[in-house]
Design a binder for this molecule. Structure first.
Ligand code: GLU
Length: 319
């Protein structure tokens, strides 16, 4: 594969390329996130054969935030199946902000897709378990299986967000009024806020992405976390909706499914090849890490990962 033997060097080059980018602002609507060091920057590529390539602050932990939506969605699809989750949560882009209330109203109460807060809350509500505590434990264990080691809650981030997430509470109540959430909506917000406050590193999200790239098998532990069909469904949802209102632009420039979170992480998946994890807290106006986008775009181009690219068939080139 083009450049694939040089992936260790290209990871370092992607880091150097991203480092030149100093635009963007650290998220502050969750108060504790505003205290993050804006200079932190880590890049990691996890190949499906288990090789790991890291540069910079790839071991520094941050809160997973919206990246959790992709993996909770995969776990719920694994439990409940393609059709039920598609009908209940949807797969289409809203074109509106991740925490938009208007998107719910414009779609008659349908949450539209699992990568916006409405759809993520509706998805978390579907997690099996007799109580919010059981649902939370299933999520924590499930995401830990994707990462290949136990993930821990960042209590400070959880408490900081719980004190300020009235908007998510309003979204959950609205979904309850449309019967898209059928259990206590405020308890759903609590579990969702915990899932967003799980601590991960760029390396962790690279391995989580590599699991989705590898038919659901974690390339480090060898465990089958979800089925290959669930990976396929999750990646198509990410391609359409993973990067907030810039999902189209991301697909155009980078050509891979990805998901970002407001703490500055981005996971990108190259099906059959690798997961890419990046972390840098300065965000663009849509909420995507600026350095993270630069480094991922560098890797997509230098490794030839764009899934829409093709070469002229060799048979046509023959005389
Ligand atoms: N916990 C955050 C929220 O619900 C996640 C946002 C994000 O990463 O996009 O607002």
């Amino acid at each position: 594969m083009q450049g694939w033997d040089k992936v260790e060097a290209l990871t370092a080059d992607a880091y150097a390329f991203g480092l030149g980018e100093t635009r963007g602002l650290v998220a502050d609507y969750i108060p504790i996130l505003a205290e993050t060091d804006p200079e932190l920057f880590g890049v990691c590529v996890a190949e499906v054969d288990g090789s790991i390539h890291s540069a910079g602050d790839a071991a520094v932990e941050f809160s997973i935030q919206s990246i959790s939506k992709a993996f909770v969605y995969a776990l719920v699809c694994e439990e409940l199946g393609h059709d039920l989750v598609k009908e209940h949560v949807g797969v289409n882009n809203t074109g509106l902000a991740f925490n938009s209330v208007m998107a719910i109203e414009l779609n008659y109460g349908h949450p539209m897709n699992p990568m916006v807060n409405a759809g993520a809350l509706a998805t978390t509500a579907l997690v099996p378990g007799g109580s919010p505590a059981e649902q939370w434990e299933l999520i924590r264990q499930g995401l830990s299986r994707f990462a290949g080691h136990p993930l821990e809650l960042d209590g400070e981030v959880y408490r900081s967000e719980m004190a300020t997430n009235q908007r998510n509470m309003a979204i959950a109540r609205l979904l309850e009024s449309y019967r898209r959430i059928e259990i206590d909506p405020l308890k759903v917000v609590d579990v969702y806020t915990k899932q967003c406050a799980l601590r991960v590193s760029a390396r962790d999200i690279a391995v989580m992405g590599a699991t989705l790239a590898d038919g659901g098998v974690n390339p480090i532990t060898g465990e089958q976390v979800v089925s290959a069909a669930v990976c396929r469904d999750t990646l198509s949802v990410l391609a359409a909706n993973g990067m907030y209102e810039r999902s189209g632009e991301w697909l155009f420039e980078i050509g891979l499914p990805g998901k970002s979170g407001v703490a500055g992480g981005i996971v990108t998946i190259s099906p059959g090849k690798a997961g890419i994890g990046v972390f840098s807290p300065r965000l663009d106006s849509a909420g995507n890490s600026v350095r993270g986008q630069a480094a991922t775009s560098f890797l997509s181009r230098s490794l030839g990962l764009n899934i829409f690219a093709s070469d002229v068939s060799p048979t046509r080139l023959e005389p």
